[in-house]
Design a protein around this ligand. Structure first.
Ligand code: BV8
Length: 238
């Protein structure tokens, strides 16, 4: 690991693995979300066009599950890092849950959208979701009954990509936490970081599809690895 004292700007990518210990299913582990549902049916625009009720129900179910879970020690540790680190910390999350926010972090980019937000197909405005979308509530802005989940499906452009690449250009450390490195463009960030001369660290339960790109990979549960790593960073940055 690079000498911590030189680290002033950290970009952290998180995936479903950081929320696993909170009880939220990941996508690819046994019994995960994509095993219970066909990704083409519930996470593509084509699937939504084919069967909107199935897709709206899938996201309503995941949103309802959020009220029953809490941030875990890994989310808390990242919020502590943002609060106490002398330099810059940016969390780029692939997750559509709100556990980083509920742990107290604030500099968060949801590159794949958020379960709590609806996008209106008529006026393209976003609004917080108050009722299940399967009930076809009216858009609070234009009243049209044409709300979809404000999440990025396969084949759709992830959000805030320019801001993410700008952050990678400024970073001196890129840390990937709890992601399989299976989905692009997020899976390519480690390569972009290395090409920019950024130090790269992976904290994941097991080897991922991108492990070979990282200067250092640590394997274990996020609830243990992340607090220990944050302690290391804060301990050495004083
Ligand atoms: C786009 C939101 C272009 C919705 C999601 C061939 C090559 C390159 C790319 C492609 C290709 N063919 C198709 C593509 C494009 C495609 C893609 O990458 N496909 C893959 C399958 C090859 N990508 C896209 O379509 C993206 N868009 O490319 O747009 C474009 C260009 C111009 C104009 C328009 C468009 C959009 C992809 C976003 C899809 N949306 N989610 C929702 O949540 O329902 S994807 C979803 O899966 C996640 O958001 C995440 O991004 C992705 C991977 O999930 P992970 O978070 O990594 O979770 P996973 O279960 O996979 O892994 C969990 C990890 O945690 C594991 O490693 C496990 O070991 C670990 N773990 C488990 N427990 C713990 C743990 N770690 C620590 N502690 C624990 N306790």
């Amino acid at each position: 690991m690079a000498r911590m004292a030189q680290i002033r700007n950290i970009v952290i990518l998180t995936g479903a693995g950081i929320s696993a210990e909170s009880g939220i299913d990941t996508f690819r582990s046994a019994g995960g979300l994509w095993e219970q549902h066909n990704v083409e049916d519930v996470a593509t625009p084509e699937g939504f066009a084919r069967d909107p009720d199935l897709v709206l129900g899938f996201y309503d179910m995941r949103r309802a599950a959020l009220t029953k879970v809490r941030p875990n020690r890994a989310h808390d540790a990242l919020a502590r890092l943002e609060a106490e680190f002398a330099g810059e910390v940016l969390i780029v999350t692939q997750n559509v849950d709100d556990l980083h926010e509920r742990a107290g972090a604030s500099r968060i980019l949801h590159m794949h959208g958020q379960l709590g937000s609806a996008l209106c197909l008529a006026c393209e405005m976003r609004s917080p979701i108050e009722t299940a979308l399967a009930e076809r509530p009216p858009c609070p802005v234009c009243q049209a009954r044409s709300l979809r989940p404000d999440v990025v499906w396969f084949g759709e452009m992830p959000y805030q990509m320019e801001r993410i690449y700008a952050a990678l250009r400024e970073a001196d450390l890129f840390v990937s936490i709890g992601t399989s490195g299976a989905v692009y463009p997020a899976a390519g960030f480690v390569r972009d970081a290395r090409n920019l001369g950024v130090q790269t660290l992976e904290l994941n339960l097991e080897r991922s599809e991108g492990s070979h790109w990282f200067h250092e990979s640590r394997h274990g549960k996020a609830g243990e690895l992340v607090p220990a790593w944050v302690e290391e960073v804060l301990g050495s940055s004083t």
